[in-house]
Every structure is written in structure tokens, then in C-alpha cells.
Design a protein around this ligand. Structure first.
Ligand code: THU
Length: 160
């Protein structure tokens, strides 16, 4: 038996003002997108904004459904929209923000496992890391320079 230690490195910023202007703008677009979340069941609004290498910005927000599993997270709404609209473009950066309608969300909210797996697919497809920034409604922002940092031992298509 051999034990394997997996480490990851993330950057933690005090708030959005500590980020570069372009990331502040991308996060502002994600906050705007969050306003269009359809979350009557969870009351938890999530917004995502993606910057592509063709300079286009694509957004997404969570869209819920009375049949709960039919809804979709903001990150996947955005990344599938990017894949559908600009299939040849590379995804450079993604900003994510979440805000509960019931309480102040002042902690960074990381993407769920299914969203990580979906984002990983595009990172592998484009052979270039996707930079991720995530926050709550206010406060700290976490940066990861690649999705791979958030999903060790991912399932990937090379095994198929
Ligand atoms: N949600 C997202 O949009 N992204 C995540 O990564 C986690 C959860 C949404 C799904 C659902 O509409 C609500 O947040 C509560 O889970």
C-alpha cells in the first residue's frame, strides 16, 4: 500500500476590488446574470459569466423546474451555451456568484461536482486551462487557475 497525497493551490482575495479590472467586469456580468436566475424552489440564485478567446462573453444562471432534477445550474447553462454558440472558441475565464434569497451569502460558493465535471470536459477538449473565480453575494473571491485543481482523479474520455 502506498498513500498518495493530493494537494491543490487556490488564491483567496478579500473582495472583488482586489481583482484586476477585467475580472471585476466579468464578475459584474455574472452578478447581472444572477438576477435572471429562476430559482423559485431553492431561493438560491447563481450567475456565471464566461470570457472566450474571441472576446465574447457568455452568461448563464440557474434555471429550476417543478420536476427538480430537470433544472440546471448556472455554470452548466453558461458553458453549454458557450459550446452551442461558439463551438470553436476557447474558454478563458469563468466568474461565478451565488446569493441566497433567505440570508446573506458572504462565503465563496464553489461549483457543484456535476458542474466541475462539465467544465473539465471543455478544459480537456480545448487543451487549455480555464481560470475560475467564485464568490457569494459579497466578500471573499476564490481563484483557481484551472478546473483540474477542483477535481482530482476526474473521469475523462481517454478511457472510453
Ligand atoms: N446551483 C448552481 O447554479 N450552481 C452550483 O454549482 C450549485 C447549485 C443551483 C442549482 C439550484 O438551482 C440551486 O443552486 C440550489 O442548489
Amino acid at each position: 500500500m502506498k498513500e498518495v497525497k493530493i494537494e491543490t493551490i487556490l488564491q483567496v482575495f478579500t473582495d472583488v476590488n482586489e481583482l484586476s479590472k477585467d475580472i471585476q467586469n466579468l464578475m459584474a456580468t455574472a452578478i447581472e446574470a444572477r438576477e435572471n436566475a429562476y430559482a423559485p424552489y431553492s431561493k438560491f440564485n447563481v450567475g456565471a459569466a464566461i470570457l472566450l478567446d474571441n472576446n465574447e462573453v457568455v452568461i448563464g444562471s440557474n434555471q429550476e423546474n417543478a420536476c427538480y432534477p430537470s433544472g440546471l445550474c448556472a455554470e452548466r447553462t453558461a458553458i453549454y451555451y458557450a459550446g452551442a454558440k461558439y463551438p470553436k472558441a476557447k474558454i478563458l475565464k469563468m466568474a461565478i456568484t451565488a446569493s441566497s434569497q433567505n440570508q446573506l451569502t458572504d462565503k465563496p460558493i464553489p461549483p457543484c461536482g456535476a458542474c466541475r465535471q462539465s467544465i473539465a470536459e471543455y478544459e480537456i477538449k480545448q487543451d487549455q486551462p480555464i481560470e475560475l473565480y467564485f464568490m457569494g453575494a459579497e466578500g471573499k473571491v476564490i481563484r483557481s487557475n484551472s478546473l483540474a485543481n477542483l477535481l482530482p482523479l476526474l473521469f475523462e474520455n481517454s478511457v472510453l
